[in-house]
Design a protein around this ligand. Structure first.
Ligand SMILES: Nc1ncnc2c1ncn2[C@@H]1O[C@H](COP(=O)(O)OP(=O)(O)OP(=O)(O)O)[C@@H](O)[C@H]1O
Ligand SMILES: [Mg+2]
Length: 231
């Protein structure tokens, strides 16, 4: 579904991605792991077109995305939940969701019922300010906002960071539901091992801008954890 090949990127002098290869098969949940500062967010921003790689290829269903601007990648079916949520604190819950609608190619102006079915709390909280929600609720709002474009590939950057366990559980359940019922494909940056083991089929580990390991989640062994993940 999504295939990244030999992708490199530099922030000026600092090379942050070095020949990254990853593949995300359709209807799977694939995670990218690795310690702080290894390049995970940089990789996601390159896939979304928010940063421009120096070389390499990013294909969705065989179609090259390099050179395609972010809004057209969203129209092609990508959606992004950035690290740190980035919701609008001074807009209401409903307005935050409607921001996502502007990225749609059709003229739909209403949030579909499906979003409220996934996140029933948004209904009663529709008029609340985004900034007044708890961290977990803001994360759910960021996911809801990404889903209003009906994506086929959902990319999430550390959605469980700093969030209470019951909401982490709900987020995991929603991702699985999206795969099962909407045939969605999910690429997720995740540091939380239990979450990866429970919800992801495949993993990649990054270190210093490179992919250093990958495989089925059940192959994520103690040696890899010790070498590349534990602090
Ligand atoms: N805007 C920037 N300008 C220069 N260097 C940057 C910039 N953003 C990130 N970097 C550097 O690029 C490297 C990769 O950063 P990135 O944010 O992709 O890491 P990460 O794996 O997502 O880390 P974290 O787990 O903390 O979110 C780091 O060394 C970081 O300092
Ligand atoms: Mg990051």
């Amino acid at each position: 579904m999504l295939k990244v090949e030999n992708l490199s990127f530099s922030y000026g002098e600092v090379q942050a991605l070095r020949g990254v290869d990853i593949e995300v098969p359709k209807e799977q949940i694939v995670c990218v792991m690795g310690r702080n500062g290894v390049g995970k967010t940089t990789l996601m921003k390159n896939i979304m077109g928010l940063l421009k790689p120096s070389s390499g290829s990013i294909k969705m269903e065989g179609v090259e995305l390099l050179g395609v601007p972010t809004h057209n990648r969203i129209r092609a079916g990508l959606a992004y939940v950035p690290q740190g949520r980035m919701i609008f604190p001074k807009l209401t819950v409903e307005e935050n969701l409607k921001v996502g609608l502007s990225a749609r190619s059709d003229k739909q102006t209403q949030i579909s019922e499906e979003i409220y079915e996934l996140f029933p709390i948004f209904k009663e909280m529709a008029k609340r300010m985004g900034g007044d929600l708890s961290g977990g609720q803001q994360q759910q709002l960021a996911i809801g906002r990404a889903l209003v474009t009906d994506p086929r590939v959902l990319i999430l950057d550390e959605p469980t960071e700093g969030i209470q366990p019951n909401i982490i559980q709900q987020i995991g359940a929603i991702l699985e539901q999206l795969v099962e019922e909407k045939q969605m494909t999910v690429l997720i940056v995740e540091q939380y091992l239990d979450f990866v083991r429970e919800h992801c089929q495949r993993f990649y580990i990054m270190n210093r801008g490179e992919i250093v390991a990958g495989g089925e989640t059940e192959d994520l062994n103690q040696d890899l954890i010790k070498q590349y993940l534990s602090i």
